[in-house]
Design a protein around this ligand. Structure first.
Ligand code: ATP
Ligand code: MG
Length: 300
């Protein structure tokens, strides 16, 4: 199949989940178990994903060679939605030298001595690299919004703690992303949208299987109580920060194979749009190569 044709197909699958305008966005319009009518068995899905990751690896190689653009891929989700597995599978073909993964957990006291974007800004990808944020600055308008005692620990001067703080933070994030895109960083944001029912099933599996016990955390179950608050916070975040330049993808996450395909496809699609090529060399460099060739061939 021609590349163009494959891309057209990819676009058809990715389009319904891409949010470029936040106004009127409603999470309820999205079904976590959606598979766009696709029904693939494990083998077929793995085969398709492998082709996607190979394509991604080719794009990444050119991105790295050019050292102009960079890619920031943000993953946000409720627990057990599959962030870790998606990152592992989608990035499996990519050269580790060109890719950095950062997982953001509770902030340190040094982090709390700075503005809220500080610790994330330090981890942004260099030119030519893909940076993956496993959780990100969005936690500052998600977990911190759901549990306001966390906000209290952020040491903000009291007059700045107004009701408008969430709108202000969201606006700061939107501007930050505008700034990044104007610097040549492509920003893609994935919300892995799992249902509450599927999350319960996955927690149960973690409890049932000894090799999954390490993944289980009682606090994850505790957070389920705040499901509605989280969904509200996610909806508000997507509304305020979805843009053409830094789109959100609301990816159905009840079927892991589908989540991975959509994420891989969205990244490939975004990189294809950059029309990447290997850098060409100038006359001087060309002469240098010629001289090296002559010198090498003269060697005994
Ligand atoms: P996994 O459970 O797969 O290891 P995880 O990302 O859930 O991955 P945890 O160590 O379980 O990692 O959880 C990290 C916790 O840190 C999450 O509950 C998250 O909400 C919280 N967190 C992240 N950023 C912040 C922040 N800025 N302020 C407070 N809590 C945060
Ligand atoms: Mg966790």
């Amino acid at each position: 199949m021609a590349r163009r044709e494959v891309l057209d197909r990819i676009e058809k699958y990715v389009d319904p989940f891409r949010i470029t305008k936040g106004k009127g966005f409603r999470l309820n319009d999205f079904d976590p178990s959606d598979t766009c009518g696709l029904r693939l068995d494990k083998g077929e899905a793995a085969d398709l994903l492998q082709r996607g990751t190979q394509w991604l690896a080719e794009e990444q190689d050119m991105l790295y060679a050019q050292k102009r653009w960079s890619l920031l891929v943000v993953f946000q989700a409720m627990d057990a939605a599959g962030k870790d597995g998606t990152i592992k599978h989608v990035m499996s073909g990519v050269n580790p030298q060109g890719c950095q993964v950062f997982s953001f957990k509770q902030p340190s006291s040094e982090d709390l001595d700075h503005d809220f974007l500080w610790r994330y800004a330090k981890r942004l990808p260099e030119r030519g690299r893909i940076g993956i944020f496993n959780r990100s600055y969005y936690e500052e308008v998600l977990v911190v919004r759901v549990h306001e005692d966390i906000l209290k620990r952020q040491k903000l001067p009291p007059p700045l703690l107004s009701k408008r703080i969430w709108d202000e933070r969201l606006s700061d994030i939107a501007h930050f992303e505008d700034y990044l895109t104007r610097q040549g960083t492509i920003v893609l944001k994935f919300f892995l949208h799992v249902s509450r029912k599927e999350q319960k099933k996955r927690f149960m599996e973690r409890l049932d299987k000894p090799d999954k016990h390490w993944k289980f955390s009682a606090s994850d179950v505790h957070e389920r109580q705040f499901w509605g608050d989280y969904m509200h916070a996610f909806q508000e975040a997507i509304r305020a920060t979805a843009s053409k330049r830094a789109p959100w993808y609301v990816v159905p996450a009840d079927n892991k194979w589908f989540t991975r395909l959509i994420v891989a496809a969205a990244i490939v699609e975004a990189m294809e749009k950059l029309d990447l090529t290997y850098p060409t060399i100038d006359a001087k460099k060309s002469k240098e190569l010629q001289t090296a060739r002559t010198a090498l061939s003269r060697e005994k």
